[in-house]
Design a protein. Structure first.
Ligand code: TRP
Length: 330
């Protein structure tokens, strides 16, 4: 079967090492065994939760830079901004018209927001938040994606996409491919500097695109216990060890375990971790430094990606319009 992978990245924040390990690297690895791959910046999703226009535009740039620097090949895949494909928004409306409101009532993100409200359950809730899963369904169904790599928090959205597609297929004509999720973080929570999940909101992230010096500074700040050099150390639940595992071969991991048993000092363990991560990030950083001041190139790459993707989207949308009866008078 033709495998077409597609994934969207909401444009908020700047990618850190947790995003790299959990989402970017595994998604790029999937490119090799798929026929087609689509990666896009979900900028219309990002305005649902963030109305600071400077944040949004900075994040679009940083996220585009991160994916390009991490090796995304724009010749062999589709890389575009959601907002550059207006057909997606048009499809989103069409899907709104076959989506049960009751289905959206059950969406976790919407339920979480309304459960914070005491008196008025609708306080602060926009239609954008409510319809978030429909826009996501449009992203996916527009391109007949077969496989969608996502974090486990997005599984419900994928189920809703499948529901919406089936409903449309049943009502009109089976135009939509029913997509499968590929869960990227099944057993993987990347730990941050303080041992909690690495997340911008905890302020415990290790940067992906900053200088070597900042990478080192940040790794040296990882919280460890107070065991002295020479005392055996437990690798279980240890942030340093955990991060090491995300970058090392099996053989290197067992050597590192041996060093823990032998009582390696925390300073030395962090130094080894830094060297390993730095080796993988160095080429990424080099590409980043080449690109970061070349806005014209980034814009060109995204525009070309949108042009390519739009050809598919236009064809698909005209088929869809035809079956729903939005067509020339005859
Ligand atoms: N909602 C996804 C997230 O926050 C981002 C996203 C938008 C997406 N559209 C998509 C992911 C389509 C996969 C497919 O992570």
């Amino acid at each position: 079967m033709k495998k077409r992978i597609l994934t969207g990245i909401t444009t908020t924040g700047t990618p850190h090492i947790g995003n790299y390990i959990g989402a970017i690297r595994p998604a790029l690895d999937l490119v090799e065994d798929s026929n087609d791959s689509f990666f896009f910046l979900a900028d219309y999703h990002s305005i649902i939760k963030n109305q600071n226009s400077d944040d949004i535009s900075a994040s679009v740039k940083n996220i585009a830079l991160a994916w390009l620097s991490c090796g995304l090949d724009t010749n062999s895949s589709y890389f575009y901004r959601q907002s550059d494909i207006p057909e997606i928004i048009e499809l989103s409306w069409i899907l709104n018209c076959v989506t049960a409101k009751g289905l959206m009532n059950r969406a976790h993100a919407y339920k979480a927001a309304s459960s914070l409200n005491k008196k008025d359950p609708d306080k602060g809730i926009t239609l954008g938040l409510f319809a978030y899963p429909v826009l996501m369904a449009a992203d996916i169904l527009m391109f007949d994606s077969t496989h969608v790599p996502v974090g486990s928090d997005q599984i419900q959205h994928l189920e809703m996409t499948r529901d919406i597609a089936s409903r449309f297929n049943h009502l009109y004509k089976p135009l939509f491919t029913i997509p499968e999720p590929i869960i990227q973080d099944k057993e993987k929570v990347v730990l941050g500097l303080d041992g909690r999940k690495m997340s911008k909101s905890y302020g415990n992230v290790i940067p992906l695109l900053e200088s070597e010096k900042n990478l080192k500074k940040s790794i040296m700040k990882i919280v460890t216990n107070s065991l002295e050099p020479g005392e055996p150390k437990d690798s279980k639940g240890c942030t340093v060890f955990d991060l090491y595992k995300s970058f090392a071969s099996d053989e290197a991991i067992s050597d590192f375990q041996q060093s823990y048993d032998d009582g390696i000092s925390w300073g030395e363990a962090k130094e080894i971790l830094f060297n390993l991560i730095n080796k993988e990030l160095e080429p990424i950083r080099n590409r980043y430094n080449d690109l970061v001041n070349d806005q014209a190139l980034i814009n060109d790459l995204l525009n070309d990606g949108a042009k390519k993707a739009r050809l598919i989207a236009k064809d698909k949308l005209s088929e869809i319009r035809e079956v729903i009866g939005i067509k020339s008078i005859s």
